[in-house]
Design a protein around this ligand. Structure first.
Ligand SMILES: [Zn+2]
Ligand SMILES: [Zn+2]
Length: 297
């Protein structure tokens, strides 16, 4: 019998999600506001964790000691920027030098701690900041930004589920992230990741995200996620519609309301993921549920 391989064990009974943004700029690179002011803003909005991703500028515990973090778990990291497509280094232990050979950068990140997330692939006039042909060849990265808020003000698209569905259909295990990419006050609070973490420590939050134990959101919450055999039930208190999406972006089921129960169809399905759509353009994206046919009759 096929089974579902998914990251949401324990999310069926009132899970506690920790909310955070991994893509944040300050005056340490091209952000308009000083780190303390940015931290205070996210604290006031009730965030649980935050990562400073200044361009090629590492922020870690030795820097966090200079700021009042108000209970925010600060994730060490930076945004690899120079000489190629941008990527987040999440859970960094030190700065990785950017190099044109981005596969070498990704491998360095994996070797020295943390993980890589490909940023805003559909930025630029031709929607090709990171072309799919390039991304498809890379291995060893953990995720892509399926939503980057600030790109909405620029040519291209904030969204990148098109790349995600193509990677997932090839059997790639890649998680979807949503981030503000805030450079000034007006960019804060639009996109985040809600994580099922063992505790509030940065290490636990990074480890949970590496395993895909989170969902990405632009303003919709997910209540619970329950899996029994090949059947998945998603509840979302603010959803007006829930859509189930499978290989290459195929919409296999749509339910108007706050709950969907889906039995993954027999056949060639590689994965299923869910989009919970709320008011305006707000969405919550689950991570994929992979169909595991090992041992299937
Ligand atoms: Zn960038
Ligand atoms: Zn950025």
């Amino acid at each position: 019998m096929p089974s579902l391989d998914h990251p949401y064990a324990g999310a069926d009974r009132s899970p506690r999600w920790l909310r955070g943004n991994l893509h944040t700029h300050t005056t340490r690179s091209d952000g308009r506001r000083a780190p303390q002011e940015v931290i205070d803003d996210y604290v006031a909005r009730g965030y649980d964790f935050l990562m400073f991703s200044d361009h090629d500028t590492y922020a870690g515990p030795e820097h966090f000691a200079d700021w009042k973090t108000g209970g925010l778990s600060m994730i060490p990291g930076n945004e690899i920027t120079r000489d190629g497509p941008h990527m987040l280094h999440v859970g960094a232990t030190r700065k990785i030098e950017p190099s044109e050979d981005r596969q070498a950068v990704i491998d360095d990140i994996a070797r020295t701690g943390g993980f890589a997330v490909v940023n805003h692939p559909n930025w630029f006039e031709d929607f090709n900041h990171c072309p799919h042909e390039t991304m498809k060849e890379w291995t060893n990265f953990t995720g892509i930004e399926i939503y980057n808020h600030v790109i909405g003000e620029l040519p291209g698209s904030s969204y990148a589920t098109d790349h995600w569905d193509r990677l997932l259909a090839r059997g790639r295990r890649v998680w979807g992230f949503a981030n503000d990419d805030s450079h000034q006050a007006k960019h804060v609070g639009f996109a985040w990741n809600s994580v099922l973490s063992e505790d509030r420590s940065p290490a636990a939050i990074v480890a949970a995200m590496a395993k895909g134990r989170f969902y990405a959101s632009t303003g919709v919450a997910i209540g619970s996620i329950a899996v029994e055999g090949m059947t998945i039930t998603i509840t979302s208190p603010d959803a007006e519609r829930i859509v189930a999406i499978a290989d290459h972006g195929a919409r296999i089921e749509v339910a108007d309301g706050r709950e969907m129960t889906l039995t993954v169809p027999d056949g060639k399905t590689t994965y299923v993921r869910f989009e919970c759509c709320g008011r305006g353009e707000r969405v919550a994206w689950t991570q994929p549920f992979f169909v595991d046919r090992a041992g299937a009759a």
